[in-house]
Design a binder for this molecule. Structure first.
Ligand code: AMP
Length: 482
């Protein structure tokens, strides 16, 4: 399986030497440059001591992360992207879990432990003619939110990848016709795989929007007015941000021929606006957890689907078994399902169920499958949420906040807008006895230990956590205070 993937990608790199593989609107790099830089990184990795199979890349959606990824594909090491915007503690948790052979970071990233700057590797010029290649089952590990307060690693194998490509590249999406593919997400989110794998598999160009631009409306508008691409892959939240920041229609952006959304609910009202504004573009909704390799189902959103009260997340398909279990939970059997979390036997055991002697992954997502094959998402059966595309276990945020010595107890709830979309987090906090601290001090302590997207927008200091008659947290009552 490794050879199929590696040979395919290496052939694409060699064949497209002079073509751009990466373009962020300011800097462009060719496949030839990717080939050289990834070889240098491979040489550096090879020259280092240690038996670990993991290489960590701290960054966002930058070119050097693509170089480290390519070096890992060539050398057989397992690529572990870590978002530089994570708190130091979260980065350390991941490093402790994988104990990487090498940690590589970009010049804009803060210094971490034994990490080395990408630029320093490239300038070292350590040439070796005898590069060794490992054969690992896994291609990458992506960390997701964990209820225990520590992120959990999802290893994706080469065989998972083959299974994903044989569906995604041969489905109705007709990806072959596209040339320039948007990379919105950081490499540490599996949505990015949809973009980078398409590019490396088919010899296309990755058009990466620098993360600092995505938080500044003016810069975002400028970037969209100057950089062209034909396949828009993103979360619906990001597309909505572009929609409200620009005059987003096919007259102003005629080059956008297709949208593929994944990762969170695609609101029907927004879909209506996009279909009206981009009459000749195709729009798809896809669905999948990181644990099942990016996306497992998808469907084109057409005018006729807009008549329903919500949009389907996909359609039934071959080569994957979709079972609706107790409480309508979607359970998945097939080659795209991962083997289990890294170093987490207990959590792995909890996330699988045996059905007809086959291992089925319990998604925690409630779904309905209609007779016509359309599948609908009806929310979660636990406290996992999606905020602007970020997957968050509310228990993880609570566990981290509880580490603040002044805090005795905390419950975190999502804040929803009128359209029922999660737009923020609220923390209900009970302080330790005789402690006096205000919300702004608490917030600054939280900012030190939480990743940016987990920081609560509202803090309520309360005397005690309300309980229901059977002594569970009364979330409904807290919601009323939200
Ligand atoms: P992640 O592992 O970050 O990709 O998150 C996976 C979770 O995101 C799924 O289990 C769902 O809860 C949610 N999700 C993914 N795609 C969709 C979609 N198209 N519509 C609604 N929820 C989605």
């Amino acid at each position: 399986m490794n050879d199929v993937v590696v040979d395919k990608i290496l052939r694409v790199i060699k064949k497209n030497k002079n073509k751009n593989v990466y373009d962020d609107g300011e800097l462009t790099y060719t496949y030839g440059e990717l080939d050289v830089f990834s070889d240098i990184i491979w040489q550096y990795i090879d020259s280092q001591k240690g038996n670990s199979n993991y290489i960590a890349a701290i960054g966002n959606n930058d070119f050097y992360s693509l170089c480290v990824l390519t070096a890992c594909i060539k050398s057989g090491y397992i690529f572990v992207p870590i978002d530089s915007k994570n708190s130091d503690e979260r980065i350390q948790n991941i490093i402790d879990d994988i104990k990487p052979k090498v940690i590589i970071r970009g010049s804009k990233c803060k210094e971490v432990g034994n990490s080395i700057l990408f630029e320093d590797i490239i300038n070292r010029n350590c040439i070796s003619n005898t590069l060794t290649r490992k054969k690992n089952k896994y291609m990458y590990v992506i960390y997701t939110s964990g209820t225990t307060g520590i992120p959990k690693g999802v290893p994706i194998s080469y065989s998972n990848i083959i299974s994903f490509t044989s569906w995604f590249f041969h489905e109705k999406f007709n990806i072959y016709e596209n040339e320039r593919i948007l990379l919105q997400a950081s490499f540490s989110f599996d949505l990015s795989v949809m973009s980078w794998l398409t590019v490396l598999w088919l010899g296309k160009t990755l058009v990466a929007i620098p993360t600092e631009i995505t938080t500044n409306y003016k810069k975002l508008r400028h970037w969209f007015n100057t950089v062209k691409f034909d396949l828009f892959i993103s979360t619906p939240s990001f597309a909505y941000l572009v929609y409200i920041s620009t005059n987003f229609n096919s007259y102003n952006y005629p080059w956008i021929k297709k949208f593929i959304f994944c990762g969170e609910e695609f609101n029907i009202k927004f879909a209506q606006k996009l279909i009206t504004n981009f009459k000749n573009s195709k729009i798809f909704n896809t669905y999948g957890p990181t644990e099942c390799t990016v996306a497992i189902i998808g469907t084109q959103i057409t005018e006729s689907l807009l008549k329903m009260d919500k949009l389907p997340i996909g359609e039934k398909r071959e080569n994957i078994e979709l079972i609706v279990g107790a409480e309508n939970e979607l359970q998945i059997v097939g080659d795209m399902v991962f083997d289990g979390y890294l170093n987490r036997k207990e959590e792995t055991a909890k996330s699988f169920i045996e059905i007809n002697a086959k291992k089925a992954y319990k998604t925690g997502d409630k779904v309905r499958i209609l007779d016509n094959g359309y599948i609908f998402f009806d929310g979660r059966n636990d406290n996992q949420i999606k905020k602007n595309g970020y997957r968050i276990e509310l228990e993880e945020v609570e566990c981290i906040i509880k580490k603040i010595p002044e805090i005795l107890n905390v419950v975190v709830l999502p804040i929803k807008n009128k359209a029922n979309k999660i737009v923020g987090l609220s923390a209900f906090i009970v302080l330790e006895k005789q402690v006096s601290i205000d919300s702004s001090e608490l917030l600054s302590k939280m900012q030190d230990i939480l990743p940016l997207y987990m920081i609560p927008n509202k803090i309520h200091i309360i005397d005690e956590i309300p309980l229901t008659n059977n002594k569970k947290i009364n979330r409904k009552l807290l919601e009323l205070m939200n």
